[in-house]
Design a protein around this ligand. Sequence first.
Ligand code: SF4
Ligand code: SF4
Length: 361
Amino acid sequence: MVENQKSKEKSFNAETNIRKKIDYFNARYIGKTVNDCPIMQKSLYLEDNVYNFCCIGSKSIPCIGLIDEFMDKFTKEFFVNRYIDCFDELQSKTCRICENCAFLKKQKFIPLKYDDLYLKTIGFGTFHRCNVGCVYCGDITRNIPDVINISEVFDRLISECLVNSETQIILANGEPTIHKQFEEILSKAFNFDTKIQVRTNGLLFSDALYKGLHSGKASVNISVDSGKKETYAKIKRVDCFDIVWKNIKKYRETGGEVQIKYIIFSYNSSKEEIEAFVNKCLEANINYVVISAELYSLRHRIECDWEFGEKEFEAIFYLNELCRKHNIYVHTELYFTLEEQVKRFQILRNKIKKRKIESNL
Ligand code: SF4
Ligand code: SF4
């Protein structure tokens, strides 16, 4: 009883503090034009060493804290404090965080509201073990111990009232389906009525995920990156093309959201490969494709023997065109730098010119 009373007082005090901070913060920026990002206030991404406001965009993602201090330090108040600190830093001319990120915008300040403080996306990128070995994946298959207890972190976020039915949990980076807490996390998310997306290589079929797809509570994103068996084996370094497509078909039978991802680079950018991939999607009744570009390894590692050039930019357009022709929805996740965006635009312009010339012949 006494404990209960204490905890109520604690959360009342925390709410009062946060409200005061928000009022002060809003008063400092109201009516001004600011550098802002819609993702920053609404997402949390946990990695092996740190946890951040996002997992995308810039080389210098704003950090919230060290992962091994999460359970000791993290509260809603701490999150708001770090958000305000980072927001302040973003306004400085010398700021390096979020540098070159396409999501960073100059816009009129939108006041922060206490009732809007919940997370739209929580990404657990802490799975670091995998049952395949994609060439572009670095040393993800290291057998390193878990740094956090995902289930406990989830409980903490719920108790801090940062999770609701609008929240989407993303399980990624490493293979979630082989994690010992996989089913526990799924059932926790389903019980709490949050959405959950599992990013998997699709090799291990999961009944829990199948049920989640059936009920509409889960979605799955499976990275296949190829249309042919040999290419799959070359990229994934396992010979499991047929098993993965069998699992994809089974997941899709539920009518749930099954996204198939194709990460383009020189190993898989030929027209024949892309056509074979789209045919596999049609066979499996897939209506959602995610197109990405293998640039992470190319930017961060020196030993890659593949490339991303004009042919790969063309492949992005070709895959897009083919999917649209077959009424497959396409989502692109291309975190291009400014130069890459310019290059892409030039190629598109040349394609349109060429088409116009051909149609006039
Ligand atoms: S601006 Fe980009 S890097 Fe910064 S928080 Fe937003 S998405 Fe992340
Ligand atoms: S499936 Fe994902 S985690 Fe596994 S090796 Fe490939 S990229 Fe890495």
